[in-house]
Design a protein around this ligand. Sequence first.
Ligand SMILES: Nc1ncnc2c1ncn2[C@@H]1O[C@H](COP(=O)(O)OP(=O)(O)OP(=O)(O)O)[C@@H](O)[C@H]1O
Length: 279
Amino acid sequence: MTEVKPPPLLSVRELCVDYATPKGLKRAVDRASFTLDANEVLGLAGESGSGKSTVAFAIARLHRPPAFITGGSILLDGTDVLALEGEALRQWRWRDVSVVLQSAMNALNPLLTVEAQFADLFRAHGIRDKAEIRERSAELMRLVGIAPDRLRDYPHRFSGGMRQRLVIAMALALSPKLIIMDEPTTALDVVVQRELLQEVSALRRQLGFSVLFITHDLALMSQFCDRIGIMLNGALVEQGEPEQMIDAPQHPYTRKLWQAIPPLHPPRMPPRRVLEKMP
Ligand SMILES: Nc1ncnc2c1ncn2[C@@H]1O[C@H](COP(=O)(O)OP(=O)(O)OP(=O)(O)O)[C@@H](O)[C@H]1O
């Protein structure tokens, strides 16, 4: 009997996003189409300005004017994302999709303890029982490797890597199916970057969410992702598995991107399967 493949978790079809500028509409995402399976990590690579963040923001419905979605469709686990409005959209965010951005300090409120920020998030999604909130917050801290007794601390008491862990804990709070990570480790040093991504890999295996991962760092991306999509001028010009993209890139721009990796940071990094077993 042939195995029936389940439908993808995320399906983006012919997505177009334009920015309204004084000179007229500027196309930032040009008919981008891709899918992401449950429990899969898809990376988006490409030079600055190629449209990666615009895609990510559009999928989470976080884009704001002057950005407008002008075409295409986004389906996440059967939900027509572009049709969501008001309270349904508010509930959908965090529950179905959450976003981790580069600057943890911007995502955390410096005036509130971590505990208060977890509580706000839970209350906004209908979880009001104090004991339950306390228990779930402690569990999230443990998941990201921070002692729960630090819930009472303010964000400035944590290192950069720990703050990014807190943001990841918040992103996991309502067990979303998809976590979008836009340059999540760029502000951190390389050792902390690797540690954090290994931890995200382990959490993903444990909890089963999918990740859309955006970074400038192609070597890091090839270690962390199951598949990579290459963006150029708003279009997705090539998609494939990291090994295939390294060994036989199809698009001239993909070849150029790999060649641009400095020799000290060789493209032939161990693939993710090897990385996950490393200490
Ligand atoms: N507010 C804006 N108004 C007009 N154009 C914008 C605006 N924000 C982004 N753009 C344009 O949209 C295009 C895509 O930008 P985007 O930030 O999505 O690219 P990116 O690949 O994520 O870049 P980076 O890696 O630098 O974050 C770029 O040409 C950018 O100049």
